[in-house]
Design a protein around this ligand. Structure first.
Ligand code: FMN
Length: 201
């Protein structure tokens, strides 16, 4: 077992960090937990050198792909991946978009084919822990658009990770709302990730 935990929240008291951390620790029980903090260590933005290397189909040893190779290797080595993220303006935070642009790489993590893009990574469970200040579920008048869910399903699916599920911590207006969201999150985590005897021993 090797769990990759990707964290994206810039907030010290982050709900997504706390819940994603709990989930990853439970998944990794008895195994390895690799942490990738995109706030402490933001991935480079796509620049001219990166685009040129992509266009030339440069090899994995091209310096323009240095960060990309590290991040893809982390994913390849993981038996499951947990991403904790806040919703920022209806979609993923910019640091996670930067990570996606390094990881979803043509000719490396996916291939274009006449039938569409085909992922090169083996499928593995992906757990997305999404925190929002407002409401994204139901059909109430304050419901906001959610570009996080379809986006993450699409980009992870592109590289071969199709077994993806979502844990939402919604409407985090105040400390009480955060506390009840965490109670629900803990329940969800225990239900989703039963402690199998091998993992406990
Ligand atoms: C720049 C920025 C944009 C945000 N945009 C949204 C948004 O579109 N919808 C929403 O519900 N909450 C939005 N929020 C609120 C955060 O999603 C919310 O505070 C969440 O709890 C942050 O997750 P965290 O506790 O893990 O840091 C935004 C916060 C920031 C800082």
């Amino acid at each position: 077992v090797s769990v990759l935990l990707v964290q994206c929240s810039p907030r010290p008291n982050s709900a997504s960090r706390e819940a994603a951390g709990l989930l990853a620790a439970r998944l990794a029980m008895g195994g390895k937990l690799v942490r990738r903090d995109l706030v402490a260590d933001p991935p480079p933005l796509v620049d001219a050198g990166f685009v040129d290397a992509m266009r030339r189909r440069a090899g994995a040893d091209d310096p323009a792909f240095a960060a990309s190779e590290v991040l893809i290797a982390e994913l390849e080595a993981a038996s499951s991946v947990v991403i904790g993220l806040p919703m920022h303006n209806y979609t993923v935070p910019a640091v996670l978009k930067a990570w996606v642009d390094q990881v979803v790489r043509i000719g490396r993590s996916f291939d274009p084919t006449p039938a569409g893009k085909v992922g090169r990574l083996a499928d593995r469970p992906g757990f997305m822990v999404v925190a929002t200040g407002g409401v994204i579920s139901g059909d109430g008048p304050t419901r906001q658009p959610d570009f996080v869910t379809p986006y993450l399903i699409s980009v992870l699916g592109t590289i071969g990770i199709r077994n993806v599920c979502f844990l939402y911590l919604e409407a985090l207006r105040d400390a009480a709302a955060r506390e009840s969201a965490m109670v629900a999150a803990r329940k969800w985590i225990s239900a989703q990730i039963p402690l199998v005897p091998e993992a406990v021993s």
